[in-house]
Design a protein around this ligand. Structure first.
Ligand code: F6R
Length: 609
């Protein structure tokens, strides 16, 4: 996730307006920032790595001439956060400046093609190909307008984009286009703006036009013109009046960041399906080669590792050790060696316990692999290979989209490894790949159909003193994660364990009215979990079951249930099945009068041991 902004002003300098708008977009990304303007037939540009204030101190971002310009605040996906990788990006002749939010999947092929035609690239980003592609199109068809050249260029891009392009060749115009990344236009009598999100221009105007997927829009002082990318046909759309306060706008109308981030998961899951294959392959090779593999993380990231250990075992027949990072040195420190691989999973890439485990393993010459949300974090710097979880900044303290994105990456990795090791048939591979592709839509359906139901369940159980969360097999990880969410934001003490453990002790806690959440996909564990539900019910527990749609057997035993779409493969089930548990924790916190975004005593990134 990055933030883009652009403006064309009747009077005055664009740079200070861009700078202020980027500050309002900083929640979308903050590892680098940049601006470009046009003045007297020339592009002016300032960009660097670092937070906006840091970059401004060094470069004075307001000090660019011209009444038209674009800006960008970055959350790195391709290329580390370095000055050269910061946006805007330029073509060879420095006549085109572009800012982009999204992921261009086919950038490597396009880059090669353009390099063969003599283009010289400066950065490691996917975005820069778009600048060179537009330049190439204009070189071969000099009579094309900038808008038509951008239109032709975006037709060749696979992936997601919201982009804004300016050129001194047409100094009064800005061309923007959108596919699967947000783009809005704002308008008042003094100027026209484009942005990733409404908050960027909300203090300047509340008249906004939402640009849809597959549309290109030309901005100028005469107004805006929207065209369909597919056939260039004109689209007529009136601006809407936005009555959000700036605070509501940052949360896109949601009352809390946590709820916004829960709802973002269909989009973030789509992003994780755009990973670069070569990194998955490379990581799979290291995992395959290692004598033993440790999956090391804390909190939610550890639960993702726990689920991943089932995926690696079931798909690739690889035994892995999921380890809580703070225990790693004591538990495994001495046994790690040059033949071990450590896959460290950390949203922030800065968690002290995870880095301490990595450090210990590095000293013993183990191979370090990383999965993180923050490219440029310490974890990416110490890893032999790292993969980005591609979910954009997570502001709510409780990890939500982190869990599903990490699992989506880990599932893809397990599939790669299964293929490499010849442990999976082509049919099975195709079946799972197809199901992975559908997960974003599945998650969307769950939110749409179950949110109200979960809200009512939260109302019913809001005064409960304790909860159990139980699952079997891979759903054990879902149970642990559901329990962590409830505890950390709703402050309800809760216990999670594999359902088979009940009889070995915890069942003695059960008395009349004790709520027990069961996670029961229709997989191989279904029969036994029915038995576990019965034994809890017989002792007076109230059963809340997360079930597959129309699972009448469990419905007949449960007091409340949440229905999930049919046909979700067992190994992928934690991704959709966690969604109602995230919502349950959220609504329980709200019902109990707590702010889910700021749980007491917790910090987003734990950088002390
Ligand atoms: C729970 C939560 C924490 C983190 C943990 C690890 O909602 O946010 O448990 O998952 O502190 O953080 P990262 O993934 O940044 O290493």
């Amino acid at each position: 996730m990055c933030g883009i902004f652009g403006c064309v002003l009747k009077d005055g300098k664009a740079a200070p307006i861009i700078h202020a708008a980027l500050k309002r977009l900083e929640y979308r990304g903050y590892d680098s920032v940049g601006e470009a303007t046009i003045y007297n037939g020339k592009l002016y540009i300032k960009k660097d790595r670092g937070k906006i204030e840091e970059v401004d101190k060094i470069h004075n971002l307001d000090d660019l001439p011209g009444n038209i310009g674009v800006g960008h605040t970055r959350w790195a996906t391709h290329g580390a956060p370095l000055q050269v990788n910061a946006h805007p990006h330029l073509d060879c002749s420095e006549q085109i400046a572009i800012v982009h939010n999204g992921i261009i999947e086919n950038f490597a092929e396009l880059k090669l093609e353009l390099e063969n035609r003599g283009h010289v690239f400066k950065s490691k980003t996917d975005t820069e190909v778009a600048a060179h592609l537009i330049e190439e199109i204009l070189k071969t068809n000099p009579s094309l307008s900038l808008a038509d050249a951008v239109l032709e260029a975006v037709k060749r891009l696979d992936g997601s984009y919201a982009l804004a392009v300016i050129s001194p060749k047409e100094p009064n115009k800005m061309i923007c286009a959108r596919h699967e990344s947000p783009l809005v236009v704002g308008i008042n009598e003094k100027a026209i703006y484009c942005a990733s999100d409404i908050p960027a221009f909300l203090p300047l105007t509340n008249k906004a036009v939402i640009i849809d997927d597959g549309e290109l829009v030309t901005l100028s002082l005469e107004g805006f013109e929207i065209r369909k990318i597919a056939d260039s046909s004109l689209v007529v759309r009136e601006p809407k009046f936005i009555d959000w306060t700036p605070e509501m706008a940052v949360k896109q109308g949601y009352p809390h960041f946590m709820l916004k981030e829960i709802h973002e998961q269909p989009a973030t899951l789509r992003n994780t399906l755009r990973l670069q294959e070569q990194y998955l392959d490379l990581m799979a090779t290291f995992l395959d080669r290692a004598r033993e593999v440790y999956l090391v993380a804390c909190g939610t990231s550890y639960h993702a590792c726990l689920a991943a250990s089932y995926m690696f075992s079931k798909l690739a027949f690889l035994a892995t050790y999921p380890v809580i990072a703070s225990e790693f040195v004591e538990q495994h420190g001495k046994s790690v060696n040059i033949d071990s691989a450590i896959l460290a999973v950390s949203q922030s890439g800065e968690t002290a316990d995870t880095l301490a485990a990595v450090n210990c393993a590095r000293q013993r010459a183990a191979t370090i692999l990383g999965l993180t949300n923050v490219i440029g974090s310490t974890l990416t710097r110490v890893s032999r290979v790292y993969i980005g979880q591609q979910s954009g900044p997570e502001i709510g303290v409780a990890a939500t989209k982190t869990f599903t994105s990490q699992l989506s990456v880990l599932a893809q990795l397990a599939l790669r490894l299964a293929k490499k090791r010849g442990k999976i048939s082509q049919d099975e591979m195709d079946y799972l790949a197809e199901k992975m592709e559908k997960l974003p839509d599945t998650v969307e359906t769950i939110i749409q159909t179950q949110e109200e139901n979960v809200k009512q369940i939260a109302k019913k159980y809001k005064d409960a003193k304790t909860f159990f969360f139980l699952g079997r097999g891979i759903s054990t990880a879902t149970a642990y994660e559901g329990r962590l969410k409830l505890m950390e934001i709703a402050y309800v003490p809760a216990i999670a364990f594999p359902a088979g453990e009940s009889k070995h002790g915890p069942i003695s806690l059960i008395e009349q009215g004790f709520p027990v959440v069961f996670i029961c996909p229709k997989d191989e564990t279904h029969k036994t979990i029915v038995g576990n539900i019965m034994e809890m019910k017989a002792r007076g527990a109230l059963i809340i079951a997360v079930i597959e749609k129309d699972d009448e057997e469990i419905k007949s035993l449960a007091d409340d249930w949440i229905e999930m779409p049919k046909g979700i493969p067992e190994v992928l089930s934690p991704i959709p099945y966690i969604i109602p548990l995230q919502l349950l924790a959220y609504y329980m916190a709200v019902e109990r009068g707590h702010n889910p975004d700021m749980p007491r005593n917790l910090a987003k990134s734990v950088t002390v041991k």
